[in-house]
Design a protein around this ligand. Structure first.
Ligand SMILES: [Ca+2]
Length: 449
């Protein structure tokens, strides 16, 4: 399953490197900051799979405008048909008794699924919610507490402990926020809903296979509203492909067993290309005259080349003289912080194809090892609302650029259109959708009338 998903996913990550989790934003408008944090913490791995599903639907038009909104088949008939398919896959009848407990589609799941963000998340806020002094101290204490297990996992999969702790922190707040939904119920709700039915039906059938193998009971198979499970927030297909029985009790339990949790996460990362003798990247300072069209994952150069352009560590020291390649990532535009991202940053995107996510995992891991905060975070950035982004897209179109359908989402096409506009206007080509850029386009369009 994952082998089908991964290339797609990687591509998605490459083209949407600044796109952060769509769902957490949506949740943010409906919830307090603390519950938002809880939810965003448990929505990263699920997000990557969801985003693929969303991408499929959003690639042409907003899904609100496409597809049927309701099935003609009743939920009960649909469950019966699913049961037949599961039986044909060899899932035992006694396992399928869990389907008897399914209720009609869960309103709460659909509510989360349909929630829309009002504002585009800023990098400062995203990091600020996830990297706090308290989280850093907690992570350090847990690294100490589980040092022996983590060393064992490192020896086997070549993934450093402080990174595993960072994934664990961001996925589930070290296991304390794993989501309280029945995974079967959540997946059945989303699979019955016609919009992304095929994707969630596959996840549901895989969840039934996991139950059939006896890894967990249906009652304890809990997760997010979108079916991301346990302390790692693995979707069923990821569990199925990468889950590991770390404690050797015959079951893979990513809900309760720390050996299973760390082995599974490290196994996934190892298969995603993680290198245990490298860092993820680091914050850097760009020279005054830097060519911002060189930012982004598609530009990959040796550290020597970046050094020759005048890029330095934030301490002012030169970049290390090692044979590694990196890309320059600017999550908040030309005025915000800049990072050089190595191979492990790319591996992190396999977990969740979001630059904000990958930078935050890397930064949190650095903090666990004693590094300081990000030096150049913007403190007073005005967030763009979704309506602002739509207006920006409309104005770019009027000015002869091609940001795609004005949908209020900053995707790769919108960034490319911004860069093209910036090039013509002799501006720094950071491709970043900001308020000042919007204001400039508004004033230009007023001038041209
Ligand atoms: Ca186990």
């Amino acid at each position: 399953m994952i082998s089908i998903i991964l290339p797609f996913l990687y591509d998605y990550g490459m083209r949407n490197e600044f796109h952060t989790s769509f769902y957490p934003h949506g949740l943010a408008s409906a919830m307090s900051t603390s519950s938002y944090l809880q939810n965003s913490l448990r929505s990263s791995l699920l997000t990557f799979v969801l985003m693929i599903a969303i991408q499929l639907v959003w690639s042409n038009e907003s899904f609100a405008q496409t597809g049927k909104s309701e099935r003609e088949q009743s939920f009960e008939q649909w469950v019966e048909e699913l049961r037949e398919e599961a039986l044909s896959l060899g899932i035992r009848e006694e396992t399928l008794a869990a389907l008897d407990a399914l209720e009609a589609p869960l309103e709460q799941v659909l509510k989360y699924d349909n929630s829309q963000p009002e504002f585009v998340q800023t990098f400062t806020r995203y990091v600020g919610l996830r990297v706090t002094e308290q989280q850093v101290r907690k992570g350090q204490a847990l690294l100490h507490e589980h040092a022996e297990l983590l060393a064992e996992v490192r020896a086997k999969y070549n993934v450093q402990p402080h990174y595993l702790a960072a994934f664990w922190a961001i996925e589930s707040n070290f296991g304390s926020a794993t989501g309280g939904f029945s995974v079967l119920q959540a997946l059945a709700t989303l699979a019955y809903d016609p919009r992304r039915a095929d994707f969630f039906r596959q996840q549901l059938l895989t969840a039934l296979q996991i139950l059939d193998a006896g890894h967990i009971s249906p009652e304890r198979m809990t997760g997010s509203w979108a079916g991301a499970m346990g302390q790692l927030q693995f979707m069923p297909s990821v569990f199925f492909s990468y889950g590991v029985d770390g404690d050797g009790d015959g079951r893979i339990d990513i809900w309760n067993s720390l050996p299973d949790i760390f082995h599974s996460a490290a196994n996934f990362l190892s298969h995603s290309g993680w290198k245990g003798d490298e860092r993820w990247g680091r914050e850097v300072v760009l020279p005054e005259n830097f060519d911002f069209s060189l930012t982004g994952l598609s530009e990959r150069r040796s550290l020597g080349e970046w050094s020759a352009m005048g890029i330095k560590q934030v301490s002012g020291a030169p970049l290390p003289n090692v044979g590694m390649q990196g890309s320059i990532i600017i999550p908040a535009g030309a005025d915000g912080p800049a990072f050089i991202a190595y191979n492990n940053y790319r591996a992190t995107l396999a977990y969740n194809p979001s630059a904000f996510y990958a930078l935050t995992v890397g930064h949190l891991a650095d903090r666990f090892s004693g590094s300081g905060p990000i030096q150049r975070l913007l403190v007073d950035e005005q967030p763009m609302s979704v309506a602002d982004v739509k207006q920006l897209q409309e104005l770019l179109t009027l000015a002869g650029f091609d940001p795609g359908e004005p949908d209020g989402r900053v995707g790769s096409r919108t960034r490319a259109a911004i860069r093209a506009y910036q090039e013509g206007a002799n501006l720094r080509m950071d491709g970043y959708a900001s308020k000042p850029l919007l204001e400039q386009l508004i004033s230009e369009s007023a001038d041209s009338i």
